[in-house]
Design a protein around this ligand. Structure first.
Ligand SMILES: Cc1ncc(COP(=O)(O)O)c(C=O)c1O
Length: 422
């Protein structure tokens, strides 16, 4: 390497998030001792030697600029899966801020990723780990976006993919998995049932399932949202971040990212308040937060925000704890509020988000009205997926279309009649 730093893996092993027991690196996500979730353990001395703001700035304009802080089981750049994911814009949103009564508001626009959602970040890391572990068939349990991301990245890497989804997904998400050549397995059940089936598949096949047996590596990909927010703010942390929550892994890992930046001396300043955004039709994390507990009671989802429809969230316990500890909240909003949130974002900032983005904006509105997100805060909202995937949610409610004959007279008559309406 040009830096003269030897090429060595920065991962030491996997460590249980509950009891701390260490396990060898492999396609495994549950602790043998206490069944707690496993997480990647890093060689922090090596990271301290390598990482710097300058080295990051000299890296590619993708999430791989943070390679030193991601799990590199085999630190050979040729092993990395890379479709150009990440380093998405952090856009100032003055028009939306004015409508919400907020001051400094930024949107992390993850609608721009290769398959249209932040899930490209987690998949990039998971499939890189899969390759390093010699796995040739990959897959996932998904509410749609993850399936799209696995399908796209597997195609570009020459891996075989099986993506498991609930049968009632949006059509665009099914098509956008199949087009990349992935095997789409449509399961007659909820996401939680799909996930259970995938856990069984992982026991039977030597496949790498991104959010099951590759989960410790996969989840690390979400840290890059936190790294990018800090770097794009000039290596400053914001005051408050609002994050959509399904499994809770994105929220948990953005928090972890801020902690790592502080620990490695890349940023100064206090840990941001972190708030979570859910749909009222699938709100187990918001319900636990409101009840003042970390114990999640699973729910049966019923919401248009299908991408967030995880009734039994794997990281829910940790997500609610982070909101509590940082002074954030976890709120929820109705389906009508979600649609209004999608429209408000599109009309003010020109970003068309999928339902998860509507959840984020609608919650931001609710929290701003309640004075929880404050005018004096530097606020970042994560817009995690593209609206062209979920047009069904909007079709009946968008503004009226003019239907005209190819005639100027007809057009002018219609324009005039509309203007006359109150
Ligand atoms: C677009 C979008 N945003 C947010 C989330 C929530 O992510 P997490 O499961 O990490 O909480 C998902 C999950 O599928 C998603 O698809």
């Amino acid at each position: 390497m040009a830096t003269g730093i030897p090429v060595t893996s920065n991962v030491t092993n996997l460590r249980c998030r509950e009891c701390g027991t260490e396990t060898d690196i492999g396609p495994i996500h549950v602790c043998d001792v206490c069944f707690g979730p496993l997480e990647v353990a890093y060689d922090e001395d090596l990271i301290v030697q390598r990482v710097s703001r300058e080295r990051i700035a000299g890296g590619p304009a993708t999430m791989w600029r943070y390679a030193d802080l991601l799990p590199l089981i085999d630190d050979d750049p040729a092993v990395r899966v890379d479709l150009g994911t990440g380093f998405t814009p952090l856009r100032p949103a003055p028009r939306l801020a004015a409508r919400l009564g907020l001051g400094e508001l930024y949107l992390k626009d993850d609608t721009r990723n290769p398959s249209g959602s932040f899930k490209d970040r987690v998949v990039t890391v998971a499939l890189t780990a899969a390759r390093a572990l010699g796995i040739e068939t990959v897959g996932c349990a998904s509410t749609g976006n993850l399936a799209n991301a696995v399908a796209a990245h597997a195609a570009a890497t020459g891996l075989t993919a099986y993506v498991f989804v609930p049968h009632d997904l949006e059509q665009a998400k099914i098509v956008a998995s199949a087009v990349y050549g992935a095997n789409v397995v449509s399961v007659k059940g909820t996401y939680d049932e799909v996930n259970r089936l995938c856990a069984e598949v992982a026991d039977h096949k030597s496949w790498g399932l991104c959010n099951v047996n590759l989960r410790p590596y996969y989840a690390e990909g979400s840290k890059t949202i936190g790294f990018e927010i800090a770097e794009q703010l000039g290596w400053r942390l914001p005051d408050h971040v609002v994050i959509p929550v399904a499994s809770g892994a994105m929220l948990t890992k953005v928090h972890k990212a801020f902690g790592e930046l502080q620990r490695y001396g890349l940023v100064d300043g206090a840990t941001p308040r972190i708030s979570g955004a859910q749909a009222a039709g699938c709100n187990p994390v918001a319900a636990a937060f409101k009840a003042g507990t970390r114990d999640i009671r699973p729910v049966k989802p019923d919401t248009i925000a299908r991408s967030l429809a995880i009734g039994d969230p794997a990281d829910g316990y940790y997500a609610v704890g982070i909101a509590q500890e940082t002074g954030g909240v976890v709120e929820d909003v109705t389906d009508d509020e979600i649609v209004a949130g999608i429209r408000l974002l599109a009309e003010t900032e020109g970003i068309f988000a999928e339902t998860a983005g509507g959840v984020t904006v609608a919650n931001l509105l609710k929290l701003a009205r309640a004075g929880v997100v404050r005018r004096d805060e530097r606020v970042v909202a994560v817009i995690s997926g593209n609206g062209f995937k979920t047009i069904e949610a909007l079709a009946p409610s968008t503004g009226a279309t003019y239907h005209v004959a190819p005639s100027l007279d007809d057009l002018l008559a219609q324009l005039e009649s509309r203007q006359e309406q109150p």
